[in-house]
Design a binder for this molecule. Structure first.
Ligand code: HEM
Length: 535
């Protein structure tokens, strides 16, 4: 078992530089006499172009930077392993979930979403929680966040959302003192963001430690068995240390005193042998129950309340090793929602469908062309055979021909074909019958029921923090119209919440809720339902 767990580490060994060989050479392996003084014509003369070492050294330095991620630019990563509790063969043929005790190496990257690479850790933001499982059947990426819902329901809105949340295009500063008019403008005009905003204004948005954060796959995915049966699934990570947050004053002080607060905490815990652990849980929904919830499981602004579908623990993950080189490992790692393995498939969640396009597309530019899966951190442990050829950064010498079908040989890999046996990815055969339209199902328009569910599940002090966060953030917004629109939206969540926020802003509270009762899904109108993991 430890064998398989350490397999990624052993693979990386072959790529590690060996600093014990201390003789300085050029890229070509030629030993160098002097790296402190460039070659020049006389003691006071010009530097000579023929000093290839000087040119090579400076040129390489000039090209050290690559584009940061367009979102989630700041992050921290660590290696570890995932261990399955039991066989899930009844639901999925995924090999890494196929046997109790099976261990699979992982690399995890935690991140903030909005800030650039050099921003502070403890800002109010969503946190990314991305896991790469190096399974025997290929890499599986679970690219989640620490909130179970998202700002928008359709990926086509993501560029607008990100433009609104990032800095102003002219000054690269927010318009207000520390919050953005643009962000609040977008959200106030896009009420589907309301549920997410409740999480964002809660203490969940200022985690004390990455080790004390939940993670969520957010979308509904699909488990698929060997014989093609599907089960809808939501993924949950639960930290063994429990969920803990900073309070706002602490977060601000930490941002000033130690902008690396969260990444330092993760690094030091792992270095000192205090290895953080999470439990992976699933909510399983039989295909036949897809429409049993009063809301659409394809809507990423909705959770499945745990009272309706309990979370079943299926394994644990331990992070026990820090990277050796931030750039090579944490910066170059490329997660992608479409990196799935046999037994795990997508649903038609319009947010997920867009993500399945976006990640590969962005990585083609961020990591310099089509061969970034050959970068050590991204290499699968499973064998790779294909007819892809050439391109920038190609590391592999492919002998022979490179097409299929092929009667001339040359070692060209062939597809498994229909009924190709275990370990072959087959898309779930979902029946689709519809018109080409730009319309989502009606329940996508219920933007407030689950935001209210979240608010109703909060303790008094948690509510106070949420109100204070709205007051603080909206208090920095310069546009009174934007502030009023937000307060009006909050009136649809809870009149008392809206009144308290309005009071703090010196504004008028909405006189009546604009939410018609018909918009509230019956399944969600029960006030006693709790949001996931909230006790
Ligand atoms: C990066 C999560 C929605 C595009 C990331 C990362 C995470 C994440 C965790 C950082 C990965 C890393 O550590 O390298 C999520 C979640 C979403 C969501 C949970 C909603 C449920 C979207 C959407 C799009 C998108 C809708 C585009 C349409 C991107 C891009 C990156 C990114 C372009 C940068 C990837 C890279 O440069 O490697 N996302 N995201 N995300 N996300 Fe998302």
């Amino acid at each position: 078992t430890d064998e398989s767990r350490d397999a990624k580490n052993r693979q990386l060994d072959g790529f590690r530089a060996h600093p014990e060989h201390s003789a300085l050479t050029t890229d070509q392996g030629v030993r160098i006499d002097d790296t402190d003084n460039a070659l020049r014509a006389g003691t006071r003369g010009p530097t000579l172009l023929e000093d290839f070492h000087n040119r090579e050294k400076i040129t390489h330095f000039d090209h050290e930077r690559i584009p940061e991620r367009v979102v989630h630019a700041r992050g921290a990563g660590a290696y570890g392993y995932f261990e399955a509790y039991e066989s899930l063969a009844e639901y999925t043929c995924a090999d890494f979930l196929g046997e109790a005790g099976r261990r699979t190496p992982v690399f995890v990257r935690f991140s903030t979403v909005q800030g650039p690479r050099g921003s502070a850790d403890t800002v109010r933001d969503v946190r990314g929680f991305a896991t790469k499982f190096y399974t025997r059947e290929g890499n599986y990426d679970l690219v989640g966040n620490n909130f179970p819902v998202f700002f928008v329901q359709d990926a086509v809105k993501f560029p607008d959302f990100v433009h609104a949340v990032k800095m102003e295009p002219d000054s690269e500063m927010p318009t207000g003192a520390s919050a953005h008019d643009t962000f609040w403008d977008f959200c106030s005009l896009q009420p589907e963001s309301t549920h997410m905003l409740m999480w964002l204004m809660s203490d969940r948005a200022i985690p004390r430690s990455y080790r004390m954060m939940q993670g969520f796959g957010v979308h509904t995915f699909r488990f698929v068995t060997d014989d093609g049966r599907g089960t809808l699934v939501k993924f949950h990570w639960r930290p063994k240390l429990g969920v803990h947050s900073l309070v706002w004053d602490e977060a601000q002080i930490a941002a000033g005193r130690d902008p690396d607060f969260n990444r330092r905490d993760l690094w030091e815990a792992i270095e000192s042998g205090d290895h953080p652990e999470w439990e992976l849980g699933v909510q399983l929904v039989p295909e036949g129950d897809e429409h049993a919830f009063g809301f659409d499981l394809l809507d990423a602004t909705k959770i499945i309340p745990e009272e309706q579908v309990p979370v079943r623990p299926i394994g644990r993950m331990v992070l026990d090793r820090n990277p050796q080189n931030f750039f090579a490992e944490t910066e170059q790692v490329a997660f992608h929602t479409a990196n799935v393995v046999p037994g795990i498939d997508f649903t038609n969640d319009p947010l997920l469908q867009g993500r399945n396009f976006s990640y590969l597309d962005t990585q083609l530019i961020r990591l310099g062309g089509p061969n970034f899966s050959q970068i050590p951190i991204n290499r699968p442990l499973a064998e790779v055979h294909h007819n892809h050829r050439d391109g920038y950064g190609q590391q592999v010498i492919h002998p022979g021909t490179n097409y299929f079908p092929n009667s001339l040989g040359g070692g060209c890999p062939a597809h498994a074909g229909a009924g190709g046996g275990a370990g072959v990815f087959r898309h779930y055969q979902e029946r689709i019958d519809g018109e080409k339209i730009r319309v989502r199902s009606a329940s996508f328009d219920d933007h407030y029921s689950q935001a209210a569910l979240f608010w109703n599940s909060m303790a008094d002090w948690e509510r106070r923090h949420i109100v204070e966060a709205f007051r603080f953030e909206l208090g920095k917004v310069e546009s009174a119209a934007v502030q009023q629109r937000m307060v009006d939206n909050l009136g649809n969540v809870d009149p008392e919440l809206a009144a308290q926020v309005a009071d703090g802003l010196g504004m008028t509270a909405p006189t009546q809720s604009r939410r018609g009762s018909e918009e509230v899904s019956p399944a969600l109108s029960q006030e006693n339902l709790r949001a996931p993991g909230i006790c």
